[in-house]
Design a protein around this ligand. Sequence first.
Ligand SMILES: C[S@@+](CC[C@H](N)C(=O)[O-])C[C@H]1O[C@@H](n2cnc3c(N)ncnc32)[C@H](O)[C@@H]1O
Length: 362
Amino acid sequence: MAAGNGIVGRAPHGVEASPEMSPTSFAEDPIDAHQPVMQAEVVRLLTSAPADPRRAARLRLVDATLGDGGHAAALLDAAPGAELLGVDRDPQALPRAAARLARFGERARCVRARFSELEEVLDRQGWQTIDGLVADLGVSSLQLDLAARGFSFRQAAPLDMRMDPSAGESAAELLQRLTERELGDLLRAFGEEPRARAIARAIERAKSRGAPPLSTEELRAIVAQVVGAGAGRSPRDPATRTFQALRVAVNEELDELERLLAALPRRLAPGARVAILAYHSLEDRPVKTCFRSWTARCSCPPELPRCVCGGTARALDLTRGALRPGADEVARNPRSRSARLRAVAWLGRTADGSAGESHGAG
Ligand SMILES: C[S@@+](CC[C@H](N)C(=O)[O-])C[C@H]1O[C@@H](n2cnc3c(N)ncnc32)[C@H](O)[C@@H]1O
């Protein structure tokens, strides 16, 4: 399902024209800018010492989760020769990001699309390969703080949670459609919620009384009744896992991530860097697994007594596992507290260890 048909333009006026977007500026906007998480680390990982100095003068970078353009602006400041393509599926994010990136003129372009459509976006841009990509997964401050989007159980709103409100089912519609069993499975799979079955049963009871949860408050109240308002010793709100599960499902977040990771080997130039910020284990796990498979030398099944593949790593691990934000950053920006940053440098080899294609400038 494509998010709009969204391509492309250049900042300062570089956002695909779309009826939902009205020009805006941070000065007029009541919502605070999203604070980019681990910004210094992301910039260092994506821009320092490129493997091929000939490309350094003209790096082609992608911010797959443009949001408010915080990481994008920092990357463009740090790499004066770089061009950046910013992608976001949220029509409300793009004009704000474009306003922030306006000072970079032709070097920044903003595109409304899902990041699973990366290859299409690059094709339309005429970029065969890229030298770096950052993905800062999850929701932005804009999405959490705009009550009407229905992402936050702290704010009363219709139960929506779509990053692109013009596409797909809202969370309320999803709840209405799922059976009790399907909902229990979803809450377990995408929220790792131990009381998944009991919550699903309570929602089913509300539905059969003709009172399905239609707002964030109604859903939160049902979960609180099942889990208990205090939920024991946990400082987290008892509705946290349920809201996470619905958001992940409504936005098909894990599928999006898998598709992005699958596309990257076809589009990374030798030496390209990839940095991904994840905020919970469900989204960190596929990144970890994928990066491990790229950085492993041998791809033989573990049951084989010795290596028969003669494999060669396709990427270098730049973060030795995951980096975490420092205590200062967490104190300054509590939304960073669960971040895990993983990064690799692409070596330009195919899975069988041969040298990858020689990539033209695109
Ligand atoms: C955490 S915010 C990014 C903030 C950004 N790094 C900054 O510094 O302002 C995540 C953004 O990614 C977008 N997003 C999430 N999943 C997406 C997807 N599959 N395709 C495109 N955009 C996505 C969301 O709409 C949101 O604006």
